[in-house]
Design a protein around this ligand. Structure first.
Ligand code: SF4
Ligand code: MG
Length: 314
């Protein structure tokens, strides 16, 4: 609800004046039990910061995260630690997120050790079960991360994230660093695990075909704002926000007859330290009118839960 993450920064290297980089600037959405919400947008639009702020890996500057009726953003110390088991994350770079000095078994057991402190036998049992679930050979439990390929390392990261049976998992570009041939395996694993365990995913990616494959609903972010959110079918068939229209126009279509005009966005992504007034997209929008420069468009339901933040939706 109105989630914000602003980072303080200096205006210039020699200046004393402070500015705020508004990486996430008032994002609201609902995540339903067991669903996958795909979050898409160019790099620098605030997707990862949003995902980390939901989990409080970054403390939000404002807004709330309501989880099962409880304001997760207001929890302190022990309550927060207890709730953390329900919210987990997997990262883009599986290698950087695994401690090279720890065995796979200890890496996967780490969340257990923090939360449950199980007796050794049960702990090992749980680790081996989780490795199997993640498609890892249990014989490798005492090996180290460097002995594994990128895809297997991502399976280790997934095993660590699911060992506590979380309710929500933020998947931050989990396949972007992997070979295309391996991407599908990891995505299918995530989809199977969801069926088995009922987790909800916030699946962050800049890859529209990956998002289309895995999501139930899709949210589009631009410069720290959520500009459109809808069921996957609706958003891919009838995008309403000009930014979404432009993004989707860039996907190659195999069928020549239905070839769409590719919309090229003019200019660069503006700085989140100095975002445009009114609609943050107005500097690059092909439909912009005068009102767009002054009035912030609200995210409005245009029917069937298809929400769009634009004065002139398609
Ligand atoms: Fe474009 Fe105006 Fe809509 Fe913003 S509000 S997306 S500038 S038409
Ligand atoms: Mg990112």
């Amino acid at each position: 609800k109105d989630l914000k993450k602003w980072f303080p920064a200096k205006k210039s290297p020699f200046s004393r004046e402070k500015v705020f980089i508004k990486a996430v600037d008032g994002v609201s959405f609902t995540l339903n039990e067991g669903e996958t919400l795909g979050v898409v947008g160019e790099s620098g639009c605030g997707k990862s910061t949003m995902g980390r702020s939901v989990l409080r890996l970054l403390e939000p500057t404002g807004g709330q995260v309501i989880f099962n009726g409880v304001d997760y953003t207001a929890l302190k110390d022990k309550e927060l630690r207890d709730s953390r088991k329900d919210l987990q994350i997997i990262f883009q770079d599986p290698y950087a997120s695994l401690d090279p000095r720890m065995t796979i078994g200890d890496i996967i057991a780490e969340p257990l050790d923090i939360q449950l402190k199980l007796p050794a036998k049960e702990r090992m049992q749980r680790v081996l079960e989780t490795m199997e679930r993640a498609g890892l050979n249990t014989r490798f439990v005492n090996r180290y991360p460097h002995e594994f390929s990128g895809g297997q390392r991502q399976r280790i990261g997934i095993a660590r994230a699911i060992v506590l049976n979380p309710k929500i998992m933020v998947c931050d570009e989990p396949v972007s660093a992997l070979d295309v041939s391996i991407q599908a395996q990891v995505i299918n694993l995530l989809m199977d695990l969801q069926k088995e365990m009922g987790m909800a995913y916030i699946f962050i990616s800049h890859d529209l075909s990956v998002i289309k494959h895995i999501s139930d609903r899709v949210a589009v972010m631009y410069l720290g704002h959520l500009v459109e959110i809808a069921d996957k079918k609706d958003i891919y068939a009838h995008p309403m926000h000009p930014y979404t229209v432009a993004l989707l126009s860039a996907i190659p279509v195999p069928d020549r007859k239905h070839k769409k005009e590719k919309i090229v966005l003019e200019g660069d992504l503006p700085s989140p330290a100095n975002p445009p007034s009114g609609c943050v997209f107005h500097t690059r929008c092909y439909k912009a009118q005068d009102i767009c420069k002054t009035e912030v468009p609200e995210l409005k339901d245009c029917g069937n839960g298809h929400c769009c933040a634009c004065h002139f939706p398609e």
